[in-house]
Design a protein around this ligand. Structure first.
Ligand code: PLP
Length: 366
């Protein structure tokens, strides 16, 4: 599909396609930014839900300082589009990737996460040789038990090593409270996140007590930012996925105040039974884990199963007259794993196609 369809009504386009309601996404972006900035923090949204420079730039226009990403190749896409302040919140290992980081340092300002000397020393040496300085940030394990140095002496040792080496400098520290997103009791969730953030901020205090500046304390995801933004000592929030406000965040993490802005436009391909329809999209269009898609505009229609290219939907009294050829929208349960299945986002305003954005970070897994 080409740009020549700009201006078309959504339901005149071929399916399946991945759609953004631009008004709702822009409103979500502004609300997230306002929430975070009003608490005196900076916003560095994770770009994994969109992987698209145009959206990162829209977030920056609304107040974000840059992006968080997971891969060097994603950072390269963002840097090429003019996003300079980039946190790669992941462990970067191997000569080829370090060479790419050195190059990135020449035309952007990356920060590289780390949790071991083995990720720091070779990069520092290569940066020093190339005459560049790369910012680094120990990731502290604040309970997620994924990666991260232990709070206390281990983290302090990493910070001191970064501080001593030529070619790298300490930008701050980070932690991710991903293990607490789905705590259901609001008071317990707040208490546990506050405690995890205290641990993280304690690491900053210990580093600064050694006379080493530790400016940034970065944390927070969409499922927690409404709490983490209020935690003392946290300076920066990485929450990103809220711009689409997926059902997964709303139903499982208690996200409030944002609207679903992403959808998959699909066509009814089959009506095998009175109470059931099958759509022309399946797992190769939408990722079903965490949360099945919702049927927009037809609340009594329920997705029951996804196979590779089919989506089975049980129909209720309101939706049972849907017929073969009708177009309907589904709200994907979780954007991250859906976005990567598509070449483009189709951006609509009042249901008219306004823009087609290539998902440039798609496939950037190195
Ligand atoms: N920061 C890191 C390091 C992450 O791994 C994640 C999610 O996996 C996030 C932040 C939060 O991202 P999002 O707000 O899109 O859920």
């Amino acid at each position: 599909m080409s740009q020549s369809v700009i201006g078309s009504h959504k339901f005149d386009l071929d399916t399946p396609i991945l759609c953004i309601d631009l008004d709702l996404m822009e409103s979500n972006i502004q609300k997230m930014s306002d929430y975070i900035l009003s608490r005196g923090k900076t916003w560095r949204p994770h770009e994994k839900c969109h992987k698209t420079p145009a959206i990162a730039l829209a977030q920056m226009q609304a107040g974000a300082i840059g992006v968080t990403c997971a891969k060097v190749s994603e950072a390269e896409v963002m840097a090429a589009a003019g996003v300079k302040d980039i946190l790669i919140a992941n462990m970067i290992v191997g000569k080829t990737k370090w060479e790419r980081v050195v190059s990135l340092c020449r035309h952007a300002r990356p920060i590289i996460a780390c949790d071991h000397f083995a990720q720091i020393e070779p990069l520092a040496m290569m940066c020093a040789e190339a005459g560049v300085t790369c910012r680094m940030m120990p990731e502290v394990n604040i309970g997620l038990n994924r990666v991260g140095s232990r709070p206390g002496q281990d983290t302090l040792d990493l910070a001191m090593a970064i501080d001593k080496l030529d070619g790298v400098e300490l930008a701050g520290i980070m932690g991710y409270e991903g293990h607490l997103l789905q705590v259901q009791d609001p008071a317990e969730k707040e208490e546990k996140i506050t405690e995890a953030m205290r641990t993280l901020v304690g690491c900053k205090t210990a580093i600064e007590a050694k006379g080493i500046p530790c400016e940034i304390v970065s944390a927070g995801g969409t499922g927690s930012y409404q709490i983490t933004s209020n935690c003392e000592g946290i300076t920066e929030l990485q929450a990103g996925g809220g711009i689409f406000a997926d059902p997964m965040y709303v139903n499982k993490c208690g996200l409030t105040g944002l609207d679903y802005s992403l959808s998959v436009l699909a066509t009814v391909a089959s009506r095998p039974e009175k109470g059931r329809m099958v759509l022309d999209c399946g797992r190769k269009t939408m990722h079903p884990d965490f949360q099945l898609p919702l049927v927009k505009a037809w609340p009594d229609a329920k997705v029951t199963a996804l196979s590779a290219e089919h989506c089975a939907v049980d129909l209720g009294p309101e939706s049972q007259d849907l017929k073969i050829g009708d177009k309907i929208e589904l709200i994907p349960g979780y954007a991250d794993f859906t976005t990567i299945l598509h070449e483009n986002f189709y951006g609509f305003r009042n249901d008219r196609l306004e823009v087609v954005w290539p998902i440039q970070g798609r496939g950037k897994i190195q």
